[in-house]
Every structure is written in C-alpha cells, then in structure tokens.
Design a protein around this ligand. Structure first.
Ligand SMILES: Nc1ncnc2c1ncn2[C@@H]1O[C@H](COP(=O)(O)OS(=O)(=O)O)[C@@H](OP(=O)(O)O)[C@H]1O
Length: 233
C-alpha cells in the first residue's frame, strides 16, 4: 500500500525520496564498513575474534581484551628483556656451577677430609719423636711410670684422658685391675698390657677407684719406689 502510494508521488517528490534512500544506504554501508574495520583491528590485536552478544558481554569482552593486551604488553616490555637477562644469568649460573664442580672434582678427596699427613703424625707423637715411630710399632713395653689413683667419682678418668692427649704420654684405656684381681699373674703380665713406648715417653694407667682386695694399696705403695703416683682425692 505504501509502495503504491509512493509510486503515486509526483516526479519531484520521487527524486527526493530516492536521494533519501541512497543516503540511508550509504550511511548503513559506512556503519557496516566501520564495524568490519573495528573487528579486524581487534582480531589482529588479540588473535581471537571477539564474541558477539549483549552490552554486558561486550563490557566483559573489553575487560578481557584489556587484560590480554596488558599481559601481552607486560610480556613484551619485561618478558623479552627479562627472559633474555634471565637466560644470561641462568647460563652464567650454570657456567659458574660447572666451574665450581670442575674445581671440586679437581681437588683431591683427601684434601677435603683429612689434614696433611705430617699434621696427623705430629698429633700422635711429639716433634721429638716425629719420624721415629714406624707403623710396625717400635719401642718397648715398660711398667707404668705413673699411676692415677683416686676416690670414687673423683674424676680420675677425666684426668687420664686429658693427660693422654700429650703425644709423649701412652696409657692403657681399660683398667687392668692388676693390684687386686690380677696380681698373681706377675709383673710380666702387667708389662705386656702396656703400650710400646720410645725412650722419653711415659706410660701411665688409671687404677680403679675401689679395690676388691685389701692388699692392693700396699702393693701399689711397694711399687711406688719406681712409679709416680698421682692421687686424686
Ligand atoms: N672436671 C670435672 N668437674 C666435675 N666433675 C667431673 C670432672 N671430670 C669428671 N667429672 C665427673 O667425675 C665422675 C667420674 O669420676 P671417675 O672418673 O673417678 O669415675 S670412677 O669413680 O672411676 O668410676 C663423673 O661423674 P658422673 O657423670 O656423675 O658419673 C664425671 O662427670
């Protein structure tokens, strides 16, 4: 009906109507082209085609795009350079670690664990006897030149351990119980218990803080003519 009414318009009115239709079409085409351009731009930026939907979805899309763009920019600004630097640093660290490992592997294992052999020797024997003690154990066994005698819990063990740190002092670790339990075995038995010593070295032992026989003190006293007694009370 409307078309039939338009067709019935006079020629000047028909020309104006045609111009209006052409302008409207041009406007629509312009909007469409603008929309296509915008879409292609966003696709190039994000690599993803934006979803089409309502205004709320569009707002979400812009947020996503902003976030993605921010991430991309952060990656470009920091990631590239930082990654390059990190790569360099990592390579440098790796090189340093390799160099350290190489240096460690070049070091002899003994150098990391053991002190020099001469230091080991000097800890066992005083400089006076350094080089005179062979692995075969040179020296002679002698009866102790000193006895540590003490009351129970008087600290005799501690005293012996402190004294035996000295390289010129040799001592029996365990208590031989010679003066009470083993006196009947004789002095040779007692001597055999002693460690070998070189001339000038001292042998000593710690007697028990109690004796199982009454004769023990007298036996020690008899021996004290040749033996020093260190009494701990
Ligand atoms: N310097 C020093 N100061 C204080 N106390 C010390 C010291 N040295 C040794 N002790 C203590 O003495 C206790 C051991 O003595 P003895 O070696 O004579 O023991 S034993 O009697 O021959 O079994 C033993 O005591 P307990 O630990 O109570 O058994 C040691 O801890």
């Amino acid at each position: 009906m409307a078309f039939s009414r338009i067709t019935k318009l006079d020629p000047p009115s028909r020309g104006i109507f045609r111009k209006a239709v052409v302008m409207l079409c041009s406007l629509l085409a312009s909007f469409f082209l603008l929309h296509l351009l915008t879409e292609s731009c966003t696709t190039t930026t994000t690599g993803n085609s934006p979803p089409r939907g309502s205004s709320s979805r569009t707002a979400g899309l812009f947020e996503d795009l902003s976030s993605l763009r921010t991430k991309r920019l952060v990656y470009e600004w920091t990631g590239g350079s930082e990654l390059n630097r990190y790569g360099t640093a990592a390579r440098t660290s790796q090189v340093l670690a390799d160099e350290r490992a190489t240096q460690d592997s070049e070091l002899p294992e003994e150098a990391l664990v053991l002190p020099p052999p001469d230091l080991v020797v000097s800890r066992r024997v005083s400089p006076r006897f350094a080089g005179k003690v062979s692995p075969l154990g040179e020296g002679s066994k002698k009866l102790p030149q000193a006895l540590i005698i003490g009351v129970k819990k008087g600290g005799t063990r501690a005293l012996l351990e402190f004294l035996r740190v000295h390289p010129d002092i040799r001592a029996v670790g365990a208590e031989p119980h010679f003066f009470d339990r083993n006196y009947h075995n004789g002095l040779e038995w007692y001597r055999e218990l002693m460690p070998k010593t070189l001339e000038g070295q001292i042998t000593m032992e710690k007697t028990p803080s109690y004796f199982v026989t009454r004769e023990a003190p007298a036996r020690i006293s008899a021996m004290s003519r040749n033996t020093k007694l260190i009494v701990v009370v």
